[in-house]
Design a protein around this ligand. Structure first.
Ligand code: PLP
Length: 391
């Protein structure tokens, strides 16, 4: 195989040297054990919590919590189900849940489960890559049961659109101060500067394997206010780890790797952002020369994620062609590609089913170089010529 060009960083990332070192060095003891080996592990777990907390803008003294989980999916599930179960609800009208249209399945699917249990789910349109705040205001005004939860992702995993979570959170809080506002920040984490406080959210999800740590760790931020008001309860009874919110022996090696990658990414955030921006400009110039367009969000977006439209070629066909040349992208998002479902995010963006079938996602970060972008452009140019000829 010729040189490989990995442009699927939104699906997962290669663990950095620092992340692998931390994984190997981590204490193997059980952090709950009272002896020396356990205490060593507990000390490292505490250090990891402080390190990840710093990337969320938390000081050592903060009473806000960071619970370690196994992944972003688990964090989102805990937030949704833990909020729904927190209070006694009227079975006839248990409450309203607002989420943005085209959320990741780890938010959308738990919401569907709750819908079957009687909760009213309202999806806030994201046409053109912007959260429709006017619609949100109307939904808040016309809710026929209290809004208990509102979930807005910060950056969409298929279009890269960055939503105005801060304004949305403020609107929800104005009408329903006791609602939990949640943010799935998996794609935006360490790609741009923000904190739960700057967004005004109560709970927030991130995932380690998207930031050059190994798989097997994620985090759920929970504000002190949510804990104090008992607006979240544990949904998985067990040994009571992570203050009971995520029972199960902590995966310290993965968590230590997560903390190392988080520290690394946080220190280099501005530098990495500038590098990715330059790569995006190069990609955009090249795409324009090829006459290809991008599903460009109306407002802010992650420069490291480009949703590229193909002229009458199916996403999968192009993906396989590029893969044969060692250029790795995805068709929509990795999860929807595996499930062979139409991408909800692309439909929510405003694409027709046909259009959504002819999109590839190229995602890159500061570990990529100009050679990767150039290889993609070359691959697209040759691929379009060859695949269109075959039609
Ligand atoms: N949320 C978003 C926006 C994602 O892109 C992903 C993964 O693709 C997840 C949640 C799920 O994260 P994990 O793979 O850690 O479960």
């Amino acid at each position: 195989m010729e040189t490989e060009h990995y442009l699927d960083q939104a699906a997962t990332t290669k663990p950095s040297d620092a992340a692998l070192l931390a994984l190997n060095k981590a204490a193997w003891g059980n952090p709950s054990s009272a002896h020396g080996i356990g205490r060593k592990a507990a000390g490292e777990l505490k250090d990891a919590r402080i390190a990840v907390g710093k990337t969320f803008g938390l000081s050592r003294l903060s009473k806000d919590r960071i619970f370690f989980t196994s992944c972003g999916t688990e964090s989102n599930n805990i937030a949704l189900f833990g909020t729904a179960a927190a209070k006694k609800r009227d079975p006839a009208r248990p409450g309203t849940i607002l989420i943005s249209a085209g959320e990741h399945p780890s938010v959308e699917n738990p919401a569907r489960v709750l819908e079957k249990q009687g909760y009213r789910i309202v999806r806030i349109p994201t046409t053109g890559g912007a959260l429709d705040l006017g619609f949100l205001e109307e939904a808040l005004g016309s809710a026929d049961s209290p809004v208990i939860f509102a979930g807005f992702m910060l950056a969409n995993n298929e279009t890269g659109a960055v939503y105005d979570v801060k304004s949305a959170a403020a609107l929800v809080k104005r009408s329903f101060p006791d609602a939990t506002v949640h943010c799935d920040a998996v794609q935006a984490y360490l790609k741009r500067k923000f904190t739960p406080l700057s967004l005004g959210v109560d709970t927030m999800t991130v995932s380690a394997h998207k930031i050059h740590a190994v798989r097997g760790a994620g985090a759920l931020y929970v504000s002190e206010n949510v804990i104090r008001r008992k607006n979240l309860v544990p949904v998985m009874p067990g040994g009571g780890q992570e203050e009971g919110f995520r029972s199960g022996t902590e995966n310290l090696p993965a968590i230590a790797s997560f903390a190392a990658a988080a520290e690394e990414g946080f220190a280099a955030l501005a530098e990495n952002e500038a590098k990715v921006r330059a790569l995006r400009e190069r990609l955009d110039r090249g795409l324009a020369e090829l006459g290809l367009s991008v599903n460009r969000p109306a407002g802010e977006f992650l420069p490291g994620l480009a949703s590229i439209r193909l002229p009458g070629i199916r996403s999968e066909t192009m993906l396989n062609y590029l893969s044969g040349r060692g250029v790795y992208v995805s068709a929509g998002s990795a999860c929807s590609a595996a499930a062979k479902k139409k991408s909800e995010a692309l439909l929510a963006f405003g694409l027709s089913e046909n259009e959504a079938d002819s999109v590839i996602r190229a995602s890159f970060d500061a570990t990529n170089g100009e050679d990767d972008v150039d290889a993609l452009l070359e691959g697209l140019k040759d691929g379009i010529a060859s695949l269109q000829r075959k039609k």
